[in-house]
Design a protein around this ligand. Structure first.
Ligand code: SF4
Length: 1007
């Protein structure tokens, strides 16, 4: 007898089936219970509760995946290995390659991972529907007219499919073949004979499952099958189950219909919603709070909102296990929702399994192969080095990556057996102690890395590499770096911390990886490969391999994809991502065929492809099942913007629900934003309370002119740069800063040499050229230690054209001026007492200090070299900027000395419209000084507006002191607020390295 337990969701079908199992169990009948895999844990619990822990003496819980093994164990039969999804992916990839020469449309796509995934899905669907490659060729021959492209496509798919079956039939069987054998085996000896079979929890059956269900009906003494169906439902969402109903009728056995009436106890409005969701009837408007539709700004906020809702529900007395969170799109769950739940410390169980390739050890294997395929590219080696499975300490890995990025290390440089000698900070001579220590750590990392990798990478790069050799090399490498032991230690640590589920996942990793390597070895061992191809094959298999875990908390929320979730005892259902195009999912031509092509295939008997109307009905059914699950509350959330910033709308399905409720059920998730904003503002205002920089004892605050400028530009930027020392590492190059140092050093050396005897000694043009040649050579030597390449030479040669005219120019000035350089690169330190206990020390280096002795008077001038644009005026100084040279000036004037002024010497490439080698400054407007600057003024190299009266310079002296004290006081008081100056044309934010951490930017975004 077939008992059809028919009803809508929540009508009591499962309860009826469980009661029937109980009766059969009590009567000592041999029972088989078939339920979907994702329901097995819940069903085992239910059976235990109903029948006690010894229920399995005569009740066996199975699903369609485990059934073949169970039957073959009893009937005998299968001798081949089961090809799981990773093996199928591998076989499809190999089939594509084997078929390549015979293909037309897809010839160039055979190594593309996306294509392999699509063709693998297409072939799987065809296998399931028992469609053979020949059937595809026959279908292609029926295509009329000019549609050559479609014909070629079908021939190509048939060819790949044929190759796939050839590979498969040797030693493996995929699940569809196993289903076929299971069917054949059941026909010979029906495993279900005399048994009582119960089938529950299936929304519908796949084409491959139908013949098995048929054999159950034929063999079992009694079959109880729950069918999600309501003949009065007009929307067509239950149409998929008409096939099951008609199959039962075809069996020629007695059929008894059962309509259970143990309705799930839902609140009234949810009951009404369940019955009428797609009926087109919504003559009631509910205003209870059983449904909420919440709009959020972004998917990130949406996850936050869900976590908040869960916390509020738990505060109201719900248990975590009463709450389910579903999404149609896995991206909503991965990275967004799981992160929010962890942040809020909400226990959860993710029904969805995580992709293997996202885990650290699999990722190390991929980067290991990338090193071989990319010949030690910087990115691949750094990725490898940063893994906790690499032999480097994290400090070594970090420093190594800084050095490698800085000096573009690649290829042989990684394993040439020599120590690196360049400065980790780039084109800099005279490394500091810190830089020397960095270099030591970098070289230690290099040695470990090259010891671990060199031999194995060499083996992978061998021309005779086969899959078998590649797999062995990977395994040997993992053992060499003790990845197995590290993994075990990690799992043990997690166990000690009570994180059993995490530990279980980690432990399963090794087995998963070994399974991939073994499958590869067993199935394709003699296939010749390159490291790149091996990488792609392994990645393909990893993409099919998911790592999951059983729920580790008895009270945790369940999170999962709408397509696989089977919520039981659900009080609250939260559906995330209720956006247009997300739920219902868009019927993107799932796979390789357009809708018209699918229609044609259906018309000629190829029924493997889902038509758009079937697809959308299935989406509606998934949504219906989720809405029908909760007894108390349904919460739908959506984001107004996508993660990448595009606009997004509420889904039509949410709109359908809204039709049953008062508009007030729509809410906007805002609280987080308000508190966030408020909190941020107050944080900024009270920053000084939190980070006190006030010296406790007599102390010296050490400042420099650039620190002061940074502070005046924006105190927070100063804080990031000089208090937190957040550094931005960059590539070694002759950047403007490094070029400046280089040009300055040559200018300084030249000045020292021409004034070696105390008075100026002019050089001829040839002597200047020779001087430049020597200096450039020795400068490069001090940076590159004789290892310059073309790139470095090019960068330095570019400046060669500048050096000769520059030195000629400065020579001309020295020859016609009474100002004599008396100090070069002079380190100056000035102390400004601030309070009784505190003082400021202003330290810096003056590029050049000139002295003019005339008529018994001594005039002092400060010269600063700049390769970029730079100007200075008394107004700048009054505002607190450009104080550097003036502080040097006043501190270098002894009693009786006259401060003659300060001057920037622009010694870089001139900007358009200005003569080269301009000087800008504030100089004393007196004949003695002006006479000695005639070379500059006559050649328009110094503007007359740069001369100022003595009273201006005197005034600036007081202002400078006051400004330094003010800045020092603010720093000591801890005033580090975000307040970029509005003074300059170019905002300090433009090139601010603290931009990443700056809250001001966030507040602007919020506005
Ligand atoms: S980005 Fe602008 S506001 Fe932010 S720290 Fe830098 S200078 Fe200050």
């Amino acid at each position: 007898m077939i008992y059809r337990v028919i009803g809508r969701s929540g009508s009591g079908k499962t309860e009826y089936i469980l009661e029937a199992i109980k009766k059969a169990h009590e009567m000592g009948k041999e029972c088989i219970f078939l339920a979907p895999e994702q329901q097995s844990v819940a069903m085992e619990r239910a059976l235990c509760a109903l029948l006690g822990s010894r229920y399995n003496l005569n009740v066996e819980l199975l699903n369609f995946e485990r059934l073949p093994d169970r039957v073959f164990r009893e009937n005998g039969g299968i001798t081949k290995s089961r090809a799981d999804s990773k093996t199928i992916s591998l076989f499809t990839a190999l089939a594509c390659e084997n078929a390549k020469e015979k293909l037309t449309s897809y010839k160039n796509a055979v190594t593309d991972r996306d294509f392999i995934k699509k063709i693998s899905d297409t072939v799987s669907r065809m296998e399931e529907c028992r469609i053979t490659p020949k059937a595809l060729v026959d279908a292609a021959s029926l295509i009329k007219g000019e549609n050559e492209a479609f014909k070629e496509k079908l021939y190509d798919i048939a060819q790949i499919y044929h190759e796939y079956t050839e590979i498969l039939k040797e030693e493996y069987a995929d699940s569809y073949r196993i289903q076929q054998w299971l069917y054949d085996s059941l026909k010979k000896n029906n495993f279900f004979s005399g048994k009582t079979v119960f089938i529950d929890g299936y929304y519908n059956f796949t084409k491959g499952e139908f013949p098995i269900v048929e054999m159950i009906f034929k063999g079992a003494a009694d079959t109880y099958i729950s069918i999600l169906y309501d003949k009065d439902e007009q929307s067509g969402i239950f149409d998929v189950n008409k096939e099951t109903l008609s199959l039962t009728e075809k069996m020629g056995q007695g059929v008894t219909n059962v309509y259970p009436d143990k309705q799930r106890k839902r609140v009234e409005s949810l009951s009404y919603l369940e019955k009428n969701l797609f009926s087109g009837k919504n003559d009631k408007k509910f205003s209870d709070d059983s449904v909420s539709i919440i709009s959020c700004k972004t998917p990130y906020e949406e996850s936050d909102c869900i976590a908040n809702e869960i916390i509020n529900l738990v505060k109201k007395g719900y248990r975590y296990k009463d709450i389910f969170v579903a999404a149609r799109d896995n991206n909503r769950l991965d990275g967004f929702l799981d992160a929010a739940l962890k942040r809020y410390k909400i226990p959860f169980y993710m029904a969805e399994k995580e992709e293997l390739s996202t885990k650290e050890l699999p990722s190390l294997i991929l980067s290991f192969l990338e090193i071989a395929s990319s010949d030690w590219s910087t990115a691949s080696v750094i990725k490898y080095a940063k893994s906790s499975f690499s032999p480097l300490t994290s400090n070594e890995a970090d420093l190594l990556s800084i050095y490698a990025e800085c000096w573009k290390i690649r290829g042989k440089q990684w394993h040439d057996g020599e120590d690196w000698e360049f400065n980790p900070s780039g084109y800099k001579t005279n490394p500091t102690k810190r830089e020397t220590n960095m270099l030591l750590a970098v070289n230690s990392g290099k040695k470990k890395l090259s010891f671990a990798l060199e031999a194995h990478i060499k083996a992978l790069k061998s021309r005779s590499l086969t899959v078998s050799k590649g797999v062995r090399t990977i395994y040997n490498h993992l053992i060499h770096i003790e990845a197995d032991k590290i993994l075990e230690a990690k799992a043990n640590k997690l166990l000690e911390q009570g994180k059993e589920d995490e530990a279980a996942k980690i432990s399963a990793l090794w087995d998963s990886l070994m399974s991939i390597l073994t499958t590869l070895h067993e199935t394709a061992k003699d296939v010749k490969v390159t490291p790149r191809r091996l990488h792609d094959l392994i990645k393909l298999m990893m993409d099919e391999y998911k790592v999951g875990a059983l729920p580790s908390y008895s009270d945790s929320i369940e999170v999962g994809n709408a397509s696989i979730m089977r919520p039981s005892d659900c009080k609250v259902m939260i559906i995330s991502g209720m956006n247009d195009g997300v739920f219902p999912a868009s019927h993107e031509s799932s796979g390789l065929f357009s809708n018209m092509e699918k229609e044609f295939l259906r018309s000629v008997g190829v029924e493997s492809e889902t038509l758009p109307e079937e697809f959308i009905k299935n989406e509606f059914l998934l949504f219906y099942n989720l809405c029908a699950a909760p007894t108390d509350k349904l919460i739908l959330t959506f984001a107004e913007n996508t993660a990448s910033g595009g606009k997004s709308r509420m889904s039509s399905l949410a709109d359908t629900v809204l039709g049953f409720y008062d508009k007030k059920c729509i809410k906007h998730y805002t609280p987080t934003k308000k508190t966030f904003k408020k909190k941020r503002k107050s944080e900024v205002e009270t920053f000084s309370d939190k980070v006190s920089l006030t010296p406790q004892t007599p102390e010296t605050l050490s400042l420099s002119a650039s620190k002061i400028e940074k502070y005046l530009g924006c105190p927070f930027s100063y804080f990031c740069n000089y208090v937190l020392r957040l550094e931005k590492y960059k590539q070694a190059s002759l950047s403007p800063a490094e070029a400046g140092t280089y040009v300055h050093s040559i200018l300084e050396d030249f000045t020292k040499e021409v004034f070696e005897s105390g008075t100026f000694k002019e050089k001829t043009d040839d002597e200047i050229k020779e001087f430049i040649d020597q200096r450039v050579k020795s400068y490069k030597e001090s940076i590159f230690h004789g290892k310059t390449g073309e790139r470095e030479n090019y960068a330095f040669d570019k400046y060669a054209s500048l050096l000769f005219p520059l030195l000629k120019n400065v020579s001309g000035e020295f020859a016609s001026s009474g100002f004599v350089p008396v100090k070069i690169e002079d380190r100056t330190s000035i102390t400004y007492p601030l309070t009784e206990k505190t003082e400021i020390s202003l330290d810096g280096v003056a590029d050049r200090i000139d002295v003019l002795e005339k008529d018994g008077k001594k005039y002092v001038r400060i010269v600063d070299y700049k390769t970029g644009k730079k100007d200075i005026s008394p107004e700048d100084v009054k505002e607190g900027f450009e104080m550097q040279m003036l502080t040097y000036l006043f501190s270098n004037c002894k009693d009786g000395d006259i401060p003659a002024g300060v001057m920037y010497f622009l010694c870089g490439f001139p900007s358009s419209g200005t003569p080269p080698f301009m000087r800008n400054g504030i100089m004393l407007d007196c004949e003695e000084v002006k006479d000695e600057m005639k070379f500059l003024t006559d050649n328009s190299l110094f503007k007359k507006t740069g001369f100022h009266g003595q009273e201006v310079i005197e005034e600036l002296k007081g202002i400078v002191e006051e400004n330094v004290r003010n800045v020092g006081k603010n720093i000591i008081d801890g005033k580090m607020n975000i307040s970029p100056t509005s003074r300059k044309k170019k905002s300090p934010c433009t090139y601010c390295s603290a931009k990443l951490y700056c809250r001001k930017k966030l507040s602007e975004d919020e506005e």
